[in-house]
Design a protein around this ligand. Structure first.
Ligand SMILES: C[C@@H](N)C(=O)N[C@H](C)C(=O)O
Ligand SMILES: [Zn+2]
Length: 229
């Protein structure tokens, strides 16, 4: 399956949006790079990428910015997540899902059987800002800190305090959670408001997950691999 012409590299639309494509690395809830991520690149539909660039511009005017963790996700990567749940081993449980069994990700709403990410209009992202601690450099030997631990104690991804880390499968990651600090609640609101103005719809179970609804039509699921430009 070739890459459709309307699926573009976000870097070519807005090189100022930071990228840390976790599923191209082992620093994600499965502990391995996912099938189909041959390069750490954010691909999105042109409409979604241009809308995200407008969000970035509006956040920059406020002294903030975006960092994306996942964009287009090949269907084979979604299948890889499904296989992970059926196989023994939890190499990254202590960081990403210390209070949840991996078999429960689907019914709890943390992972989709068919993901909108595979339609090219959905993005996982966070907010960069002046109060953010500098990003740590990850290696497989890095110790695992609970993704819902207080801001100073969990993995520093370069973002401001969002209440939890990315892909933290925990009730504190629910967008409207009251079990996080007032600062983290304000940061979630700033991120959500900026995205909403440009047509992105959030997700109640994951503060980082947004789908661009501005172009209306439901898109087809795709499975071409993510490769270097
Ligand atoms: C796995 C997580 N990053 C995510 O995107 N979850 C939603 C529900 C999905 O899989 O589409
Ligand atoms: Zn997502």
């Amino acid at each position: 399956e070739p890459r459709p012409a309307n699926m573009v590299y976000l870097r070519t639309v807005d090189p100022t949006i930071e990228q840390d494509i976790r599923y191209a690395t082992a620093h994600n809830f499965t502990g391995h790079p996912l099938d189909g991520y041959e390069a750490p690149q954010c691909l999105l539909s042109l409409d979604a990428a241009q809308a995200l660039a407008r969000v970035q511009a509006s956040l920059k005017a406020q002294g903030y910015g975006l960092k994306v963790f996942d964009c287009y996700r090949p269907a084979r990567a979604v299948a890889d997540m499904g296989r992970f749940a059926t196989q023994p081993g939890d190499p990254r449980k202590a960081e990403f899902y210390p209070r949840v069994d991996k078999q429960d990700f689907w019914h709890l709403g943390y992972v989709a059987k068919v993901s909108n990410h595979s339609r090219g209009n959905t993005v996982d992202l966070t907010l960069i800002g002046p109060q953010g601690l500098p990003a740590d450099t990850w290696s497989p030997a890095a110790s695992q800190a609970d993704c819902a631990a207080p801001y100073g104690q969990r993995w520093h991804d370069g973002a401001v305090d969002m209440g939890t880390g990315f892909d933290c499968f925990d009730e504190r990651a629910h967008t409207d959670s009251q079990a996080i600090t007032a600062t983290a609640q304000q940061n979630r609101e700033r991120l959500t408001e900026a995205l909403k103005k440009e047509g992105f719809v959030g997700y109640s179970k994951e503060w980082w997950h947004f789908t661009y609804a501005g172009d209306g039509a439901q898109k087809a699921v795709m499975d071409f691999p993510i490769t270097a430009p």
